[in-house]
Design a protein around this ligand. Structure first.
Ligand code: ATP
Ligand code: MG
Length: 470
């Protein structure tokens, strides 16, 4: 028996190994990592309209980001307000989540993950089972118990803390967050990822010893949010906002000014006052703080923070024991960031009508190398773009995994450059006419400043080695 397995595994090994050798020749570099070839990427761009259900038919395309993301093969519509996030989008989203993780953890946030399926009993305690009405996706299990697909997690996280008995004051502030799918049966799902029925949110929940400590935490998270948008290079406004169905005593939104935005904002031209029109009793023309002139603009809400006080901790019994070992109800805050909405909003704001532009940190790949066209004179100098790719992996370790080789050599360089511009790689390196020179010269087009550089291989390595993507 053992022998049989042995000889079988040997055969298996041999066949795998030969297979590997074959791959080695075509895609591998030093047997270490695979070259990423554009021809192999799953990036469907020819949608069959007859197969589309729900939102997303071109006749229903409603905004620039949705159109560009569909055209470039970044998303595909599924059913109303639900999308397939395709590989480019997932890469960008993972990068965004990395930035969010860094900023949340730098202020002490701890990442966890809560169930999406939450019991109706929790929502009945907070009285939001009825309050949220049709927005909740409700369902029943086989035992006829009621659940919903969570639109947010104040109830769940407060119950989690209450289950621990009492926290110690030494554990506070406690800042828990997650990045998960949220479900909301929106009355008007539209604008692609800007308003879906299933979307990703980063939600943080904080527990503090007192109102003043909770307000300090509130400011800490607010500053972390500002750093996130600064790092993405997105101009934002922080506005006073309504507390809506979440409740609580104080609330601010992070808004990205954009024509497509569904929120109306009023900003003072003289002081820092800024508010969502929803919060104002009467829409005034002068600033309530300094009487300066108020300017109206539209915005996309990308983040929302609430100082909750004890609204949830009191009803669920989430408490901590103080220095005298007395149980005290914890003070809470909650802080949402629309992860998929930020992706779409940044495309909406930065892109031209034809070409996607990303915050450079989020570009799915940083560098695209375009090889010569099949049958061209340039192609006779074989392997120049592959060599450049392979040497870049060593010369610029920060770009590992960020290089893409557009090997569709049956297409002209012009056509592939157009595609590259549409996808928005920060750097496109072209093995064009001038690689016939001695030494060969590559063309590097830089998206952030629109400049084109002509560089030898050494020059390209030197240039890209210094590219920062953190
Ligand atoms: P809106 O007013 O746009 O409906 P909201 O106030 O209901 O949003 P919150 O409950 O504050 O949203 O959720 C936190 C964040 O989640 C929002 O600031 C937004 O960025 C994001 N978000 C909310 N609803 C959606 C949605 N339907 N699709 C995508 N992102 C969303
Ligand atoms: Mg909100």
């Amino acid at each position: 028996m053992e022998m049989a397995i042995h000889s079988y595994s040997r055969r298996l090994f041999n066949s795998l190994f030969c297979g590997f050798l074959h791959l080695h020749r075509s895609h591998y570099h030093h047997g270490r990592s695979k070259r990423q070839l554009l021809s192999r990427l799953f990036q469907p761009m020819n949608i069959r309209e007859d197969r589309m259900v729900g939102a997303g038919r071109s006749s229903e395309l409603t905004c620039k980001s949705q159109r560009l993301m569909l055209q470039a093969g970044l998303i595909q519509p599924a059913n109303t307000g639900c999308f397939y996030y395709l590989p480019y989008t997932v890469r960008a989203m993972e990068k965004l989540i990395r930035v969010i993780d860094e900023e949340m953890q730098s202020i002490g946030g701890q990442k966890l993950n809560m169930p999406s399926l939450t019991s109706a009993s929790l929502w009945k305690i907070s009285e939001r089972w009825d309050l949220l009405g049709k927005e909740l996706f409700r369902l029943k299990d086989r035992h006829n118990m009621e659940y919903c697909l969570s639109p947010t997690h104040e109830e769940a996280v407060t119950e989690l803390i209450a289950m621990q008995g009492s926290l110690s004051y030494k554990q506070l502030p406690l800042m828990l967050y997650q990045v998960t799918r949220k479900f909301r049966d929106e009355p008007k799902p539209r604008f692609g990822l800007l308003r879906g029925r299933e979307f990703y949110m980063k939600d943080m929940y904080t527990f503090d010893v007192s109102e003043s400590a909770a307000k300090e935490t509130y400011n800490l998270v607010s500053n972390a949010y500002s750093r996130i948008f600064d790092r993405l290079g997105l101009q934002f406004v922080k506005v006073q906002a309504d507390t809506g169905s979440i409740g609580g005593k104080m609330s601010h939104e992070f808004q990205l000014p954009a024509e497509i935005g569904e929120d109306r904002l009023l900003m003072c031209s003289d002081c820092h006052f800024a508010a969502n029109v929803e919060t104002m009793k009467d829409v005034e023309t002068n600033c309530p703080q300094c009487h300066g002139k108020l300017i109206e603009s539209k915005g996309i809400e990308v983040g929302h923070m609430f100082y909750l006080g004890t609204k949830y901790s009191y009803i669920f019994g989430a408490s901590y024991s103080n220095t005298e070992n007395k149980p005290i109800v914890a003070e809470m805050g909650c802080f949402g960031l629309g992860v998929t909405r930020i992706l779409a909003a940044s495309i909406e704001i930065l892109s031209t009508e034809d070409d996607i532009r990303w915050p450079s940190l989020l570009a799915p790949y940083q560098v695209c190398i375009i090889s010569p066209k099949k049958g061209s004179k340039e192609e006779l100098i074989t392997g120049l773009s592959e060599t450049l790719y392979d040497t870049l992996m060593d010369a610029a370790p920060q770009l590992r995994g960020e290089l893409l080789l557009d090997d569709r050599s049956h297409l002209t360089i012009g056509k592939r450059l157009k595609d590259a511009n549409r996808l928005g790689y920060p750097y496109v390196v072209i093995a064009g006419k001038r690689i016939l020179e001695d030494p060969p010269v590559f063309e590097v087009s830089c998206q952030n400043n629109g400049k084109t550089l002509f560089l030898t291989q050494e020059g390209v390595l030197d240039f890209l080695r210094n590219v920062q993507i953190a």
